[in-house]
Design a protein around this ligand. Structure first.
Ligand code: BTN
Length: 245
């Protein structure tokens, strides 16, 4: 047995604007133990990537944030993203969801529907991650979404799922991958083959609106993606390119 820091301190809330914001505020006021998790039944202002909002009906889904002090440099920041995405992947895989794809950097799709989203906010000083707030939203028992690209585990399987059991197992997976990250074992080879567009042609759009077809041939340790198109192989950062889905 190994010590499982993630989830060793659990803060349960009924109502909060965003578990990520709440975690950041707590960190400003106090020293939270490594691996503290904040779970809320309801978020009134759940946040997504690229300034979007995160839709989640009260009591139906998992919305949580984990605080870590991972002691790694910013060049390794992608390990944290992969750790979260792989944990969600495993959770779904164990329950026979298929096919599951992670969409770079950290969305999780089942049969082309987004089941989970991850929002990681790092505080950086002297080239190192001081703390990382890992926000995870997993759609579990919700039966309809405004966003037609989203779906829940219930919608995809026809079954209701126990939120506490799912959270426990999510924490187990996170602890397992976190141990690897601490031991400096990269998660890259586990991650890349499970990603959408890996070695397969797809359409992308750049931040300047240029559409092109290419295949993902690599990810970089700092979180970039390497796409091979007819003209070139190019590295992109998160804001520079998006999938056309
Ligand atoms: C995405 O846009 O895909 C990321 C969504 C992240 C949602 C989670 S829910 C818990 C945590 N708190 C937030 O406000 N956002 C994240």
């Amino acid at each position: 047995m190994f010590f499982k820091p993630i989830g060793s301190n659990i803060i349960r809330l009924n109502d909060v604007y965003s578990t990520n914001n709440y975690a950041a505020e707590l960190l400003n006021q106090t020293n939270l133990p490594n691996g503290t998790i904040i779970v809320s039944e309801r978020q009134t202002k759940g946040r997504g990537q690229r300034g979007s909002s995160w839709e989640s009906e009260p009591g139906k889904n998992i919305t949580c944030s984990i605080v870590l002090y991972p002691n790694i440099s910013i060049d390794q920041s992608f390990e944290i993203i992969m750790m979260a995405a792989l944990s969600v992947y495993d959770l779904l895989n164990e329950r026979d969801f298929d096919p599951i794809k992670m969409k770079w950097p950290n969305d999780v799709f089942v049969r082309n529907k987004k089941v989970a989203g991850i929002l990681i906010e790092n505080s950086i000083s002297k080239g190192k991650i001081q703390h990382s707030i890992i926000g995870i939203g997993l759609n579990v028992n919700q039966t309809s979404f405004r966003n037609d690209k989203a779906a829940s585990m219930l919608q995809l399987s026809g079954k209701e799922w126990d939120l506490n059991q799912l959270l426990d197992q999510l924490l187990n997976h996170l602890n397992g991958y976190y141990l690897k990250v601490q031991q400096k074992q990269s998660l890259m080879s586990l991650y890349e083959e499970k990603t959408l567009g890996w070695q397969k042609n797809r359409t992308y759009i750049t931040d300047s609106g240029r559409e092109f077809v290419g295949k993902i041939v690599g990810y970089s340790a700092d979180g970039g993606v390497k796409i091979l198109s007819e003209e070139e192989t190019k590295n992109y950062q998160f804001k520079e390119v998006q999938f056309v889905i």
